[in-house]
Design a protein around this ligand. Sequence first.
Ligand SMILES: [Zn+2]
Ligand SMILES: [Zn+2]
Length: 266
Amino acid sequence: MSLIDYHVHTPLCNHAKGEMEAYVQQAVKLGLAEICFLDHLTLRPDGSFLSMSPQEVPLYHRAVKRLAAKYEDRIWVKVGLEVDFDLETMEQAMEIVDAHSFDAIGGSVHFIGEWNMVSHKERDNCPYRECEDMFAEYLDHLEAMAEHSFFDFLCHLDVVGKFGDSPQDRMEDRWDQVISTIAGKDIAVEINTSGKRHPKGELYPSLWILKKLNQAGVPITLGSDAHSPKQVGMDFDEAVSLAREAGYHSLATFSHRIRGEVSLSP
Ligand SMILES: [Zn+2]
Ligand SMILES: [Zn+2]
């Protein structure tokens, strides 16, 4: 079985460390078949300090392509972006994406309104008194992102529970609706192992969501969300077990934004 890591960052986003080449070297060391850079493109002004700037996108694209050529006999290096979903900036994001030949575009919800819900520092500024209200708002954003039909896969689907809040089981009907929207748009979802390193302590998404995704026919891909080279491929054994437990037999791959797959068979 050859595994893939479709979600790694670079220092261009201002909060990851290590040379881009070191991420590729770690993937080669682990024997991965593919690594896809999926660095942040956040165009909303309040998140731009956590992202490369639009002007840096061509430089980033060239840097990945150089590594792809250098390592082509050892690993498939792909280029993508993790784009923050924000209706006000989507048109600009689409123009930037369409101006380059990307392999995969991941969509993420990190912000609810002005609030960065994944930031430790902003944790105390949570505008919601009830956990359910925060989840409801997040799920509205998630569904809107799926309906937009622009993304190849959706990242860390239940990241709203990053800090351990978990009213998901009390919101099952709403999750069912959102999953049905995702399935209807033929978008993939990632298993993202960074949740293991967060207070939640579990991969994203939780197994019960993953099972529903499988039942709905939603393909999955796999990413570490590495923000340093040593995090590449982290906790992939657990991710593969989880995928199999949910009923999956393959992982989605992307080339020039066309979906393929690799087998999860041993
Ligand atoms: Zn993210
Ligand atoms: Zn990420």
